[in-house]
Design a protein around this ligand. Structure first.
Ligand code: ADP
Ligand code: ZN
Length: 211
């Protein structure tokens, strides 16, 4: 999955994971787990995330390498939030080459900055199961409580407006250029990041299965 913060990568990746029965690998969630550790590494990762900066490659690549080596990835997987810069893209190529597989699609979600800002400021997520809601477009049935598991929903500290703006700058500078690389390889498929949720499964099928 590619696309700016708030473009709906997580929602779309969850749907792909269900349709095709493959794991959804969310780098942000793996890093938030590390960030919750009371260790030197946990504190460091937390600092980068709270500022909206990319966590250093050595850490991210190590985590992804370990995750992708697990048996549930053998039949394919959907990557959400990785790679985010050139060094990570090169590392991913190496990891995949080592497994004897390659990327089949790069699904790019397209949305405007105004949509992103409004979306992230109304985004709430479940600290227990990872479900994501939008207070206006996809509200939980009960106010601020997770439909799936009943935990109290939270706003991520990096969804504050000034941090969101910085994450968008980081995206433009470091991540968007990767699209060019994947375009040259003929892998990129564009999809609107602004579809109603119930239209996503069909749109995904159309985009992924049209060659
Ligand atoms: P979003 O895609 O909306 O920015 P994520 O949950 O994917 O949200 O990422 C949140 C934060 O986690 C990022 O701002 C960054 O600090 C860190 N992060 C996630 N993925 C990566 C990555 N591949 N490399 C470095 N840092 C990352
Ligand atoms: Zn939950």
């Amino acid at each position: 999955m590619m696309g700016p913060p708030g473009s709906g990568k997580g929602t779309c990746a969850r749907i792909i994971s269900k349709i095709y029965g493959i794991p959804h690998i969310t780098t942000g969630d793996l890093l938030r787990e590390v960030a919750s550790e009371e260790t030197e590494r946990g504190r460091m990762v937390r600092g980068y995330m709270e500022r909206g900066e990319l966590v250093p490659d050595e850490i991210v690549i190590g985590i992804m390498e370990e995750r992708l080596s697990r048996p549930d990835c053998e039949g394919g997987f959907v990557l959400d939030g990785f790679p985010r810069n050139l060094g990570q893209a090169e590392a991913l190529d190496r990891i995949l080459e080592g497994k004897g597989v390659s990327l089949t699609h790069v699904l790019n979600l397209v949305v405007g900055d105004d949509v992103i800002i409004s979306r992230l400021s109304l985004r709430r997520s479940c600290p227990r199961c990872g479900a994501v809601y939008h207070l206006k477009n996809n509200p939980p049935r009960r106010d601020e409580v997770c439909d799936e598991c009943g935990a109290k929903l939270v706003q991520r500290s990096d969804d504050r407006e000034e941090i969101v703006r910085h994450r968008l700058e980081v995206y433009e500078e470091k991540t968007r250029p990767l699209l060019e690389r994947y375009r040259r390889a003929g892998l990129v498929r564009e999809m609107s990041g602004d579809l109603p949720i119930d239209e996503i499964p069909e749109a995904v099928r159309r985009v992924l299965e049209s060659g």
